[in-house]
Design a binder for this molecule. Structure first.
Ligand code: ADP
Ligand code: MG
Length: 322
C-alpha cells in the first residue's frame, strides 16, 4: 500500500507491485504518460498518483473527461478563447491547459478526442504553446500531459481515427493497468480497504467462504464495481459478511450465467421467435451493464463497448429510460 497525502493505491499482487515501482520511476521524470486499461482499473487514480509523486505536486492537477464534454465546447474549454471569439464570448477565458500551468493535465478518454482538435494538442506537446480560440498570439504552456485510454490507441491510428504523430507523442511511456480478474491477489485487501472506508467505526469481517466467492468473481467493472459492491454490503453488514450478504450477480459465477438465468424463461419458452429470444438477451445485457455501472449510462456504454448514442437507442427500444 502506498499512501500519498490523501490517496491510497492498493498494490498487493506481484504484478501491481512491479507496476507501481515502474510508475514511481516514471513519476519522477517529466515525460508524457499514457495509461491504458479497462474501465474501473484505476487509470484516474494512477494519474493523480503520478502527479502527486512528481515535482509538479504543489501545482494544479486538472482532470478533463473528454467523453463527457460536448464536442462543440471542447476546444474553448481546453484552450480558452479571446473576447469576441464567437457569439457569447463576452470576455476572454483561460482554458484548462492554462489553468493547469506548471502542473499536470489528465486527459481521460483520449480515445474519444476529436480528430479535428488533435493538431492543437500536438502543438502543445511539440512547441509548448497554444492558441486560444480567436487568438492571434501563441501562449506558452508548461503542463505535463497524462492521458488515459480504454483501448489500444494503435487500433485507432490504423483506422485513421487518431493522428500517428500525436500517438507517438503521448505514448512516450505507456502504462498498461491489468484488469482485476488478472490480479486476484489484490481483491482481499481492496475489500478490507473499502470496508474501512465505508464503515470506519466498527470492524466488519468477511468470512473465508464469502471472500472465496468475491475472489473468484470476474469483476467486469473492475475496482469501481468492487467499491460499489462493498458500499452496498456495508449498509447491511452486521458484524460479518457471509455468502448470504453477497449480491446476486456475484453469486452466479459469471456474467453470462446471470444473463442466461434472467433469459431462462424465454429460452425454454418454445413459442418465442428467434428475434424475440435475441431481443430478450440483448435487453438483459443492457440491464446488467446498467446495474454494474450504478445507472451511469456513459459507464454502462463502456462496459458494453457501445457508443453512448447506440446505448441511448437501445434504452429507448427496451423502454428502460427513466
Ligand atoms: N489500486 C487501487 N487502490 C485503491 N483504490 C483504487 C485502486 N484502483 C482504483 N481504485 C478506486 O476505484 C475506483 C475506480 O478507479 P478509477 O481510477 O476511476 O478507474 P478508471 O479511471 O480506470 O475508470 C476509484 O474510486 C478509485 O479510487
Ligand atoms: Mg475513469
Amino acid at each position: 500500500m502506498s499512501p500519498t497525502s490523501s490517496l491510497t493505491l492498493i498494490a498487493q499482487s506481484a504484478v501491481m507491485r512491479e507496476l507501481l515501482e515502474h510508475v514511481d520511476t516514471v513519476s519522477r521524470s517529466d515525460s508524457s504518460v499514457l495509461l491504458v486499461g479497462e474501465t474501473g482499473v484505476g487509470k484516474e487514480l494512477f494519474a493523480e498518483y503520478i502527479h502527486k509523486k512528481s515535482t509538479r505536486e504543489s501545482f494544479p492537477f486538472v482532470k478533463v473527461g473528454l467523453a463527457s464534454l460536448p464536442a462543440e465546447l471542447l476546444e474553448s474549454e481546453l484552450f480558452g478563447h479571446e473576447k469576441g471569439a464567437y457569439t457569447g464570448a463576452g470576455t476572454e477565458k483561460k482554458g484548462l491547459f492554462e489553468l493547469a500551468e506548471a502542473g499536470s493535465i489528465f486527459l481521460d478518454d483520449i480515445d474519444d478526442f476529436p480528430v479535428h482538435l488533435q493538431s492543437k494538442l500536438l502543438r502543445i506537446l511539440e512547441s509548448r504553446e497554444l492558441m486560444r480560440v480567436g487568438g492571434t498570439a501563441p501562449i506558452p504552456v508548461n503542463v505535463r500531459v497524462i492521458c488515459a485510454s480504454k483501448i489500444d490507441l494503435k487500433v485507432l491510428v490504423d483506422k485513421n481515427l487518431f493522428r500517428s504523430d500525436l500517438y507517438y507523442r503521448i505514448n512516450v511511456v505507456p502504462i498498461h493497468i491489468p484488469p482485476l480478474r488478472l490480479r486476484r491477489d489484490d481483491i482481499p485487501l481492496l475489500i478490507t480497504h473499502f470496508l474501512h472506508r465505508f464503515i470506519p467505526s466498527h470492524g466488519v469481517e468477511v468470512t473465508d467462504e464469502a471472500m472465496q466467492i468475491l475472489r473468484s468473481y470476474d469483476w467486469p467493472g473492475n475496482i469501481r464495481e468492487l467499491r460499489n459492491v462493498v458500499q452496498r454490503m456495508a449498509i447491511f453488514a452486521n458484524g460479518s459478511i457471509t455468502p448470504k450478504n453477497l449480491p446476486s450477480e456475484i453469486h452466479s459465477s459469471s456474467s453470462l450465467e446471470s444473463i442466461l438465468k434472467a433469459c431462462n424463461k424465454c429460452l425454454v419458452e418454445e413459442k418465442m421467435s428467434f428475434e424475440e429470444v435475441v431481443h430478450c438477451l440483448e435487453m438483459n445485457l443492457v440491464k446488467q451493464a446498467l446495474l454494474k455501472a450504478d445507472g451511469n449510462r456513459t459507464q454502462a456504454a463502456k462496459i458494453l463497448n457501445l457508443s453512448p448514442s447506440t446505448l441511448r437507442d437501445k434504452l429507448k427500444k427496451f423502454n428502460l429510460e427513466d
